[in-house]
Design a protein around this ligand. Sequence first.
Ligand SMILES: C[S@@+](CC[C@H](N)C(=O)[O-])C[C@H]1O[C@@H](n2cnc3c(N)ncnc32)[C@H](O)[C@@H]1O
Length: 252
Amino acid sequence: MNVQMAGRVQRSFSRSFRTYHDCACQQARIADRLVHDLRNSGAPQQFTSALEFGCGTGHLTERLRQSFGFGRLTINDLSPEADETAAAFGADFLCGDAETVAWPYQSALIASASMIQWLPDPAAFLRRAANALVPGGWLAVSGFGPEQYRELVQIGSAAKAPGLCRPEDLASAVDGALEVVAVGETRRQMHFSSPRKVLEHLRNTGVNGRAQSVWTKSRFLAFTNEYVRQFGGEAGVPLTYHPIWIIARKPG
Ligand SMILES: C[S@@+](CC[C@H](N)C(=O)[O-])C[C@H]1O[C@@H](n2cnc3c(N)ncnc32)[C@H](O)[C@@H]1O
């Protein structure tokens, strides 16, 4: 991620840090699913060491802590506010861009939920993660697929994250280095009473890093009218989430 882009994403998530946790119900469900699949894939109950990237307010950190024991747990985020998450869950904090920051150790678990879509090259991150696992180590990572926020994309919003990819892209990124234990995807629609509420939801969940920076009155009206014209229905207006994930293991 270039420095300018990283700065925009960081400021956007920093601004939403206080609202994110309660508004990010989809990300909470994704963290549930990732930990559920990791547990059901035969992962050990105790990891000697673990790294989590893009921890945010700790949806995944909390679930990992509830389900597994850790000798050492380091959690990372671009946003310095996430040091509160580290303090809350008894972890070390590593602040910085997951792509460029030095990773502190070879790890028995590398995990990340709803972060890799912000990376321009999620496959490169997964290859680095595969290299940073100890033999027998586990990878549990989720991102978003090409249908993420498809309504916004169709209307021409710039909110689209740069690293949307398909589950098979996650699997092929680690091919040859890890055994893929599970890959998955799902699609969910949230409904809002108006396009304005969609924008509020995006702001509250920190997804403003690439969205329209200046909303003139006429732009806002055009956006609203087009959203309702194309997608409006009895339930209001939809917003699609398209989570994807992978669980993989390094041969021992
Ligand atoms: C959608 S939130 C997900 C937070 C948490 N993992 C969850 O599941 O709720 C994405 C998080 O990734 C962080 N992030 C985005 N790009 C990043 C990067 N390049 N390196 C580290 N963290 C990043 C953001 O600051 C934000 O806290």
